[in-house]
Every structure is written in C-alpha cells, then in structure tokens.
Design a binder for this molecule. Sequence first.
Ligand code: HEM
Length: 513
Amino acid sequence: MATFHILASTIVAACAIILLNSILRRLFNFDIVATVPGPPSPSWIYGNMIQLVLAENYGDHEFGWHKQYGPVYRVKGCFGEDRLVVSDPQALKYILNNPAIIHSPNNAKTFPVLFGEESVASVHENHRRLRAAMNAGFSGSGVRNFLPVFVDVAKKVRYLAETLEAGSLPEQMISEWENATINGRFNTHSLVLFALKRISLPNGSWPICRTLCFGLHFASQLALYLRSTSLNARRRNLWKTRLGILAQILARKVTCSVSSVRSVLHHPLCFSLSGTGGGSGFGKTGVTPSQLVHQLPVLLLAGQDTSAAAMSWAIYWLAQNPEFQDKLREEILNSQEGGLDYDNMPVNILPVERTREMFPPAPLLERSASEDCVIPFSEIVTSTGDRIHELPVKKGQFIFLALGAYQRSEALWGPDANEFKPSRWLAGDPCPGQTSALGPYAHLLAFLGGHRVCVGWRFALLEMQVILAELVGKFSFSLPKDSVVRAHLSATQFPVDGEGAKGLWLSVARLVN
Ligand code: HEM
C-alpha cells in the first residue's frame, strides 16, 4: 500500500512539474512564432506533419495553406512544436545565405549515416573549402566533359527501351525488368533510374562501387571507434594510416587507374586527387585526397533519385503535351549535323524547366536556427493583427523551406503561375518582376541556392537534356486513358500510380524514321 502511495504521488508530482513548466514557458518565454497564422492542427501527437509530408498527392494541403496564409505560416510539428513554413523570397534569401541556419536535427543525424560523416552534405566547418575543391570538377566546362558519357548511356537506354517495346528482352535483363512492362506500357521511371545508375558508374561496376562506398564508410566508422577505445596511441595511428591508405588506393583505382573508365566519379574526383585541377580548387583549398574520397557516396546517391524523378516528370509532361514532342523532334532534326548543340535547343530545355518549376524533386527542405536570429519577410499579419516585416526566432526554431510552393507562387510568377507558358521560358526571363535571383538559374530553387546550392546542378541539367533528346527522338510517349499519376514525397518527389506504387506507366511507341 505504501509503495502504491509513493508511486501515485511521484506520478502526480511529475505531471504537476510538466504542467507548470509548460505554463511558465508560455508566460515568460513568449515566442512570437506562435502568433504567426497557420492551419489548425488535427492532432497534438503528430500535428500537421501527415498532411504536409504524407499527403496522397504532394501539396494537397500545403499549396492551399500557401494561398490562405501567405508565404510564411506556422504549422504544428509533433507534440505541439511550432514550425515555420517559408516560401517568401526575401526570407529565403536570408536563410540560404546565413550560416547560422543549418540542417534540421533530423538531417544532421541522417546525412552522416547516409553519406558519411565527412561528406560535403554533412560537414559544417569544412564545408566552404570542400565545396571550392568540388566545384572545380562540376564547373560549366567540367560538366561538358561528361557529354560523351551521357550520349553513350542515352544510346544504351534507347536500346533498352527498344527491346522493352518489342517485348524481346535479353535473358540476363529479365529479372531486372520483368515487372517494368505490362500490357504494352512500361515504367518510364524505372527506365530513367536504370540509366542514371549507369551514368554515375562505369559499366558493371555498380556492385563494386557500392561495396567500396560502404566499405569506406565502415572504415571511417571503425577509425572513429578505435579512436575512442583504449588501444594505445601508436597502434591507433597505425590503424588509421592503414585505413587511410587503403581508402585512397581503392578510390584511386576506381577513379583513376583504368583509363577507359569514364564516369561521374572519374572526372571531378580524379581531377582533384591528381592535384591537376586546372590550378583551381584542390591545390588552393587545402582539401586532402582522403577528404575527397569521402565524397564518393554523396555524389553517387544525391544525384540519382533526384535526377530520375526530374526526368520522369519531364517525360510525363511531354506525354501530356504531344505537340511539344513533335517540336522537339523537329529541333533535333534541324540541328543534327555534327551532334546536338544543347546550348541552343530551346524546346529541349522546356520540359526540364517545366518539371523543375512544378515538380522539383526536393520541394520541402528542413532547416533549424543554430542561434537566435531575426528573419526578414515581405509581410506577415500575426494572429494579433500586427503587420510585421521581420520575425525574431529562437535557437532551435525548425524551418521548412517550401521550394515547391515558392515555384508555384502567383505573387511571384503571376496569376498564371500554375499554367505552363513556354513563352515565359522562351523569352529568356521567366520571372521579370524579381530583381535578385535566388537559385543558380532562372530564379528557380529546385537546386536550392546560397552556400548549399546543389553541387551537380549543371551536370543534372545536361544529362536530362541528352537523355530526353535521345528518347523523344526515337519514341513517342503518351498517357494511357485510365492512368492515375500522383506525386509522392519520400526524400524526393517522385511519381506513383493509383495504388501508391512508385512508377510512371506510359504507353511508348517506337517511331519509324
Ligand atoms: C535534378 C536533379 C537534382 C536536384 C533537383 C538536386 C537538388 C539538390 C538540392 C535541393 C540540394 C540541397 C539539399 C539541402 O541542402 O538540404 C542538393 C544538394 C546536393 N546535390 Fe543535388 N540535385 C540534383 C542532382 C545532383 C547531382 C547529379 C549531383 C552530383 C553528381 C548532386 C550532388 C549534390 C550534392 C553533393 C549536394 C550537397 C551540397 C552541399 O551540402 O553543399 N545533385 N541537390
């Protein structure tokens, strides 16, 4: 009985402390973010999170909230947490260029596991130097060197598409593709993902490279572990050196030793590892070869799903707009002498632009304030009726960067923001009202902007142009009558069918030249 009383009073006391703490926090730690208007929360446990990130069709709720509450509003996270959703250009510009706004705690935990602790996506202190070294390999001229690889892979994809269309799949491919064709339709998303794996890696080397990446990751984890064990300093250093040398040898083997290997790993990393980065990047930044070796996983992983999603959406758009397929074929025919000139193919770039505009592969990014700061906005009308133009946020404030909503914003792109107007792109400046560009290109934020702008944005644009030209030149894509295509968000925004399964099922017919 006495034990029961002690237990009951402990529980009552704990509840009282939690309640008091929450009342005192509300009274003395008044947070202005709580006054920012936003949608009602259906649950204290999961707040608006299910509506935001698990909507049946990405944006079902979010784009409506954007219209109702404007470019800055508040949603509830789990357990009553207030989170900001931002698509206001002024605020985004501030956030993207402020080193005090960092990855969310969730990203900060998962990125090192996914990409490695030393990857450019995970590090903060060394980030600027690492980026300077990597940018050398992904510059405009650097990316041009990939063109033969893209063309080569695009031809292989075309061959694969031909065999799928003819129903004559080689036996060794059947296991990979048996579920990719049903009743004359095929899963275009699987096709482009398959292609991108081949682009990132030398032929047949995907398993080797995957093992290598995870091996390197394992080695670095082991080195970290050894550092914290009681092994004496001499043995620890020996281990670290051995692992470091092993990692470098492996990476050099994959990236440099086979001269015929032409892959995404080859150029930028080999360029930097050999220290001959045209006098730029590597030498001057003081980044070591082993630091560059640690970029293998992020380069492999960051570009594949994103580019596959973007390319699927581009083909989806073309399937809905057959007149643009014809225009693109005309453009290809007119410029075929001596190979295609991708800098001068305005129709070829249209589906790419449209996709980035309407279906950016990363429409919602997570950030967090690492210190108290004041975010400038165009305007927010708070729930108390005040009109404010800046918002003081506390350390730890969670912020969603709503890139998808930004790109559909009528305030920014005009009342016809949701319609596709090729003239907007063909005229050169799709967003003439906006004075300072946020993203790397055409005011779009699909590749983000500021110091964390995507390393591979030029690479991704060119590879999409090449593969699209090859496919649309040889096939016509159309949407089957009963088809249901939805956008689903799970790390990237990709197409799913009516049952929610990943894929984009299109009717594909080979053109007779
Ligand atoms: C259509 C294709 C792509 C899209 C839409 C895209 C988008 C993005 C976005 C939005 C970020 C910022 C993520 C964040 O900070 O939370 C990012 C970062 C990054 N992307 Fe891409 N990406 C694409 C393709 C690629 C490719 C092809 C590569 C490499 C070959 C690549 C490499 C990277 C890397 C290394 C980062 C981390 C940069 C840093 O933190 O400094 N991406 N990308």
